[in-house]
Design a protein around this ligand. Sequence first.
Ligand code: NAD
Length: 658
Amino acid sequence: MNSLWTSEEAEQCKDELDLRVYSSRLLGRDKTLVLHGGGNTSVKIDEQNILGETETILYVKGSGWDLEFIERPGFSPVRLNHLVRLAELETLSDSQMVNELKTHMTNASAPTPSVEAILHAILPYKYVDHTHADSLVTITNTPNGLNRIKDIYGDKVVILPYCMPGFDLARLCATEFPKQVNDNTIGMVLMNHGIFSFGETAKESYERMISLVSMAESYIKQNKAWTILSSNKEVDDGKSHVQKISELRSDISKHAKKPMLVSFNSGLKNLDFVNREDLGDISQEGPATPDHVIRTKRLPMLGMDVDAYVQEYTKYFKAHESSAKQALSMLDPTPRVILDHELGVGTVGATAKETAIIADIYDHTIDVITRATRLGEYRALPAKDIFDVEYWELEQAKLKKSGASPEFMGEVVLITGAASGIGLACVNSFLARGAAVIGLDINDAVESLEQQPAYLGISCDVSIRQHVELALEKAVRHFGGIDMLILNAGIFPKSQNIYALSDESWREVMQINLDSNLMLMREAYPLLKIAPNGGRVVMMGSKNVLAPGPGAAAYSVAKAGINQLARVAALEWGQDNIRVNTLHPDAVFDTGIWTDEVLNSRAESYGLSVDEYKRKNILKTEVSSHDVAELVAEMCGKLFAKTTGAQLPVDGGNDRVI
Ligand code: NAD
């Protein structure tokens, strides 16, 4: 492990807090040290208060901040003296502790200080850094971990046995630290939890962390326990797993009582891990550090039996709830990590971001378990300790903070023709409502429209069966199913009278604008049928269905065809709780089918300016692709929950249609 500190960057820092931000970010950048909000750091700074008195303030990471991206406001300023005195108390409940932390801040609008604030306060060093370094938890999660740590570090570190984080840990440290500390001490190991380093400067504390963790890494390497298959490149076994995964997602969502996303990664590293003979033992020990339980649950599910997992989880809850300080209600009992021999590692979450975070955490857990097993045996903390963190009042509070859920949270929408115009606007409208979005388009640009976990773009010609099948396979492996289908891809061929219309042009329009929709509907039907909140289809029709124009025979016939297809589907699929509705847009100019050239010539032929032409409807209003997309999204939402088989114009009012 190398230090990422550079003097050029450090020189940009204008004060001690800036340096704290800088080195915290360096720690956050290394995922083998901290992951997704884990770890915490602090600095003690003398400041003058409003009365002109000097007091020492502990700037400690505020909850909700991630070390990788932390900024100055991410550090909560708390009066150090008070924190040190709190550590002398015999007991302090979680809610009392949070109250003391919040009421002794010098900035009322700062975030709630980390639950480890008291621990940071009592460590007598200016800068304190805390991580859950992979190699540390690898070594401490072995049966003789304590001896190994003593061998590696000698008197360089103070060692504390595992203890519940928060006040109990601070108390333990207050009594143990003074007994063990000596002139060589540069850090502290918390067994089965993580490591601290400290120093008089940001650089000293940071580089001590790097050096301590490097010593652990070297130990693992010397013991020939380091190497792990590292490729997570998808391995395609050529089989379709659409049904298996979508049924699994449906089972999970039923037990979770809300739609959940399921994402599989069949990379070589994962497949190698899930096919180990000892998987049943090593995977059922527990998380690498208790902190992870909040995201991953204590144990992954082996195979696909959700009922059995839920029963076991319920048993675990019942076995430990009575020892809790307050009455508890059971969390959703479904798994967050799934290990399957064929599919590799699956992760489950209410959002795509959550499934991605869990995947990251489990990726590191695989490294920890594999290396610990090579050292001898992976042995995590007993279930009771993990339960205490999982149901810790303060951790629960963190999860509850997220606020109201967006309308389509946990749901998946597939949008065809997503790279441009109305389809692209639909991508944004559904993302804004919390859906996981799959965009299909013949244009490769669809793959890079969005760089966020909730979006997956797949290049695909929707008129080619093989493309569609591959796209569905990819989509279901990525998000677990499809709840909403937006059939939007289409072409608008150049105007041609019937006598001049070739078979080829006719067929091309039919294939893309009509046939492809039948294929997608048929292939997606089994998925829509088991969508947790019911399936929804929105078909992109056209004004031409209701009011065709000369020169657009193929287009109008294809659109009339999909209109009938949608109506028949509404009749057939109502019993499966799938709603099918059609929108009829007209003259949506911010789209690919309306070039400036076409627009100018059309306006001219009506003797209108382009602006007048754009508003050539009854309401004299311009209809944008965003307007259409918002209506598409609403049609999939609660507002239209009782509507199926409907056709709705979105055209500013058209006298021929009315
Ligand atoms: P657009 O050209 O901006 O978007 C259409 C998208 O479909 C493009 O990204 C294109 O690459 C994609 N596509 C075309 N053939 C495909 C194929 N074989 N496989 C996959 N993707 C393919 O046009 P738009 O106006 O946004 O059109 C969207 C839908 O709205 C179309 O069905 C169109 O008929 C309908 N519509 C548009 C208007 C309008 O005025 N813009 C009016 C009525 C209906």
